[in-house]
Design a protein around this ligand. Structure first.
Ligand code: PBG
Length: 335
């Protein structure tokens, strides 16, 4: 492959790495605030910012506080936030009715945020786990997670989210056929420009633990999500799911988790040539946060490096709980 490269010493690779200016000049990728989606957790109430033990540095915000923090993020250039609710326990049911309540936490927050910052993109998860007393992404019967019955609820949930003003819907439930039905229902109701960023390559992963604590679903969840999320031994199956989601009407696709699944980022962006995102998930955040806290990693360097890897692997953007801090680093040029 490199038979055109001169032999040493005519070729010295280090000439291109010798100074910061030449390194910058020949860099193959670049990161910017434009690449970041910031996931934010919400709680009911007023004037509260609640720390999350499992995710040191990440908080849950009441809607008034969300407006403040999202405004700051917007000022820094962040283009999109993804909202996740911690639903009060008394509103969680086996039929997940709260998921399509126009007054639920994420719908209320979306309406207000759209009013206050119309140009900030808002993404909402389409899945039942924050509303399910049994903690699963779908309806549960005995030891089974029901596919087609779940779809009927996801359709209602996604339409209400679009009506609230969500710009991007992220089906994260991994039920079969959901993108098709969600898309058809959006078109039928004249939501022609609502984007779907499908969690297409979503693996059944141990890295989601802190997220489940953050939305308060870990205590509810019985069993695991292996009958719907992908087996982490498989990549062909992930490519098939991406192909299907695109055919069903997804505009963009996601790989999740992120760092341990960079091979999928590369394969998907090479194969499909559509906007591809990676979700650096809660367990990845927690590992980095522990490493930084214990002095194992230098914070600035490790954050920029991990984000850069996603770009190198072909991703257009990254969902990360570090988005706000990275945006600060990038805008201050402070690294
Ligand atoms: C649920 C959902 C999960 C995440 C995003 N949406 C967890 C799961 O599938 O159990 C994980 C995000 C993270 O770990 O940061 N549909």
């Amino acid at each position: 492959m490199f038979n055109y490269v001169a032999d040493f010493p005519n070729h010295r690779g280090r000439r291109l790495r010798n100074n910061f200016w030449i390194r910058d000049l020949v860099a193959e990728n670049n990161i910017s605030v434009n690449d970041l989606i910031w996931p934010i957790f919400l709680i009911e109430g007023k004037d509260k910012i609640e720390p999350i033990n499992e995710l040191p540095g990440v908080n849950r915000y009441t809607i008034d506080k969300l407006i403040e923090i999202a405004s700051e993020a917007f000022e820094l250039g962040i283009k999109c936030v993804a909202l996740f609710p911690r639903t009060p326990a008394n509103l969680k049911t086996q039929n997940c009715e709260e998921s399509y309540n126009p007054e639920n936490l994420v719908n209320k927050a979306t309406r207000l945020l759209k009013k206050k910052i119309p140009d900030l993109g808002i993404m909402l998860d389409v899945a039942l786990d924050p509303y399910n007393s049994l903690g699963h992404d779908g309806l549960v019967k005995g030891d089974k997670i029901l596919n087609d019955e779940t779809l009927e609820i996801l359709i209602k949930q996604s339409l209400v989210q679009a009506e609230s003003g969500a710009d991007i819907l992220g089906p994260s439930d991994m039920m079969d056929g959901r993108v098709k039905l969600i898309r058809e229902n959006l078109e039928k109701n004249n939501f022609k420009n609502t984007l779907i960023l499908s969690y297409s390559a979503k693996f059944s992963s141990g890295f989601y633990g802190p997220f489940r604590a953050a939305i308060g679903s870990s205590g509810n969840l019985k069993g695991d999500k292996k009958s719907y999320q992908l087996n982490y031994l498989n990549s062909n199956e992930a490519l098939k799911d991406v192909a299907l989601d695109l055919k069903e009407g997804a505009d963009m696709v996601m790989v999740k988790p992120g760092m341990p699944y960079l091979d999928l980022c590369r394969q998907i962006s090479d194969t499909f040539k559509v906007p591809t995102f990676a979700y650096q998930v809660s367990g990845e955040y927690a590992m980095l946060a522990q490493g930084i806290k214990n002095g194992i990693f230098d914070k600035k360097n490790i954050l920029i490096e991990t984000i850069s890897c996603f770009k190198r692997a072909g991703c257009n953007g990254i969902l990360t709980y570090y988005a706000y801090e990275i945006a600060k680093l990038l805008t201050n040029k402070d690294f």
